[in-house]
Design a protein around this ligand. Structure first.
Ligand SMILES: [Fe+2]
Ligand SMILES: [Fe+2]
Length: 248
């Protein structure tokens, strides 16, 4: 029995890609087949797979049905978190989604799920991603300050949601946590953030994140040990469509 994670499947069985340029290169060719084959080899029905957001390009639930069915058909228990491309998922209507797909899928939002003696908490997160202004040597010399102010508000909202999730898990008696974010915990300007601070405050052992896909973005944030926690990027193309084992 193991806990696995992967993110950014960006399935599009029914929908037309809105930004196909983001998903180019050999790694994306028939990626849904590669991932299904790898899951078939690696996962059993006793395993848990956390899908760290950006599941589908569909812009509403009707356009995502085949994508979600594909996820239902993967082996094991499946827990989904919300990303910036998951237009089918209104955070306030998470209960309806869970009702519709239970027991096949679990949609995690403002709550927690359990794995052994761990609480799994997750939220979309957010971080300021620019635009940054570069000089001739590609060094950052400035950024869009209005966009930065807007990002700060979104970060604050996500931090409130995350703290609520940790508190619910704590009230449920859990003391060991794995934190799942869709956005990276820090951006290229930051060494730490509200998200790394909350991970430390509650003692999350691992911080799992996605969103950074395409080789140029793989190292935008923290990898490995940092201030007592382990940070892991699980974007599907980074993992070459093999889910990453998080816990045994
Ligand atoms: Fe993505
Ligand atoms: Fe994303």
């Amino acid at each position: 029995m193991s806990l696995y994670a992967i993110g950014d499947l960006h399935l599009h069985f029914q929908s037309v890609l809105k930004a196909p340029g983001q998903l180019h290169g050999r790694v994306w060719k028939h990626h849904e087949e590669k991932f299904r084959t790898n899951c078939g080899k690696m996962l059993t029905e006793q395993d848990t797979l956390v899908l760290v957001s950006d599941h589908s390009w569909g812009k509403n639930l009707a356009e995502c049905e085949q994508d979600l069915q594909y996820i239902c058909d993967l082996p094991g228990r499946k827990i989904l978190t919300r990303g910036n491309h998951d237009m089918f998922w209104d955070a306030k209507k998470t209960a309806q989604l869970n009702e519709l797909y239970q027991p096949r899928l679990t949609f995690l939002q403002d709550s927690y799920e359990t794995y052994q003696d761990y609480a799994l908490v997750g939220t979309k997160g957010f971080t300021f991603e620019g635009p940054f202004y570069l000089d001739g040597r590609r060094r950052i010399i400035g950024w869009d300050e209005e966009a930065e102010q807007h990002a700060k508000k979104l970060v604050e909202r996500e931090l409130v949601r995350l703290r609520r999730s940790f508190e619910l898990a704590k009230a449920g008696g859990y003391r060991r946590y794995i934190l799942f974010l869709h956005y990276p915990p820090t951006n290229i300007l930051e060494e730490r953030s509200g998200f790394t601070d909350l991970a430390e405050e509650y003692g999350a052992e691992q911080v799992i994140y996605a969103h950074c896909h395409g080789e140029s973005r793989f190292y935008d944030s923290i990898h490995g040990e940092y201030r007592g926690r382990t940070y892991r990027l699980v974007s599907g193309d980074f993992l070459k469509w093999k889910p990453l084992r998080i816990l045994d």
